[in-house]
Design a protein around this ligand. Structure first.
Ligand SMILES: [Zn+2]
Length: 412
């Protein structure tokens, strides 16, 4: 596999600047295009699964994280508080506490549940500078996060659906996990004052539920102690980077603890007030880690719907420049990312070589220009006979909208 830091520079996906600081990468246009496509895909996936999207601030008062348990169990990973008008505000280490407050912003009835709140939001981690690099270890990340507030009876189905959603996204993106892990607490350390919070009964209940979901999924999985979140066990989907280091890309967690900390309630069918369960899940983790992984996994040859540049239009000579520009414009109007690579960029062969990671090349010679046609060349070298340019653009646009890992091969 390729190193995403090297590819990221070559493909101009992202970079860093000492004046911004280590662990704080910025996204260049090509990287931003990949990330935007990924974000749109996730939003659509979530919309179809009944999620509602929200926004919440990346800062909050220190008291919020004292209430959630982050302040006592995760402070080492948090940026120091900022003093402001006699208060202390902190960059958030996670989105969970904000979403808990959104849930309790008004009374809730069992009829509304499950409520699935999704946000692609910033979270911050005070990583030491020694371990930072590229997009995989960063101090600021954009997390594809969601919290499902549901009845205890609904929790297993919600967690199961979240795992299915993760696998659907993996198929669209060509992601191949190295393993599915059930992350459990270290031995004998739950409850009271230790590394983990909550009562042993809740931990056991959540662990049994997640193990059952993994068993039902037919996936190979293994349990590992010491990898749980401080508030509960979780399913972690592990991927490997170019140097075969393992990292967690996606997670599903069942949490009986934070709803109690925030005193979340809903009114039940019996008229009494009940405690909801929180299912935390992330389909692709942070955009930084997801794009780093996808860059390495595909060696920069992204699936067509994700590629920074989806179509390059190559006029054979300057005489076809206008025909090429109108094909590129047509493609842009269809929502594709397209560009003309004209003779000023070198011979045709040279332009083909330098566009080797672009999924589709439309080549326009004298004959094609006269007939409003183009000859399509797929990444990898396969060539299709000339056909009307508008058919090519429509074929690629329809195929890209399907979010698959193969290329359009000219079939309707
Ligand atoms: Zn969460």
């Amino acid at each position: 596999m390729h190193d995403h830091r090297k590819l990221g520079r070559e493909l101009e996906l992202f970079d860093t600047d000492p004046l911004i600081g280590t662990g704080l990468p910025y996204w260049l246009p090509a990287g931003a295009a990949v990330r935007h496509a990924l974000e749109e895909y996730l939003r659509q996936l979530e919309r179809l699964a009944g999620y509602q999207h929200v926004y919440s601030p990346v800062l909050a008062k220190r008291e919020l994280y004292e209430m959630s348990g982050h302040w006592s169990h995760y402070r080492d990973g948090m940026f120091p508080p900022m003093e402001l008008g006699g208060e202390q505000v902190v960059l958030r280490p996670s989105l969970c506490p904000h979403h808990a407050l959104l849930f309790r912003s008004r009374g809730r009835s069992y009829r509304e549940l499950p409520i699935r709140l999704a946000e692609l939001g910033g979270q911050y981690r005070a990583e030491l500078s020694g371990v930072l690099g590229g997009l995989t270890r960063v101090r600021a990340m954009q997390l594809n996060d969601a919290h499902i507030f549901c009845t205890p009876e609904q929790a297993a189905d919600e967690a199961r659906a979240a795992l299915a959603m993760i696998r659907q996204a993996y198929a669209a993106l060509g992601i191949e996990p190295v393993r599915y892990r059930l992350s459990l607490p270290g031995p004998g350390s739950q409850g009271g004052g230790g590394k983990y919070v909550g009562d042993p009964g809740s931990w056991e209940k959540a662990a049994v539920m997640l193990a059952g979901i993994l068993d039902d999924s037919g996936l190979d999985w293994e349990a590992e102690e010491g990898e749980a979140a401080f508030y509960g066990p979780k399913i972690d989907v592990q991927v490997a980077d170019a140097s075969e280091r393992e990292a967690t890309l996606s997670t599903v967690q069942v949490d009986f603890y934070q709803p109690g900390q925030f005193d979340l309630r809903y009114s039940g069918a019996d008229g009494a007030r009940h405690r909801p369960v929180m299912v935390h899940r992330s389909v692709l983790g942070s955009m930084e880690r997801a794009v780093a992984y996808l860059t390495e996994r595909h060696g920069g040859a992204f699936p067509d719907w994700l590629a920074p540049e989806q179509l390059a239009v190559l006029p054979v000579t300057g005489a076809q420049g206008q025909a090429a520009a109108s094909v590129a414009r047509l493609a842009t109007e269809r929502g594709l990312r397209a560009r003309v690579a004209g003779p000023e960029a070198g011979t045709l062969n040279r332009r083909i070589r330098s566009s080797r990671l672009v999924p589709y090349l439309a080549i326009i010679g004298e004959r094609e220009a006269a007939a409003d046609q183009a000859a399509l060349r797929l990444r990898g070298g396969r060539r299709l006979p000339p056909r009307p340019a508008d058919e090519i653009v429509a074929g690629i646009a329809v195929h890209a909208a399907r979010c698959r890992t193969d290329l359009w091969d000219g079939e309707p």
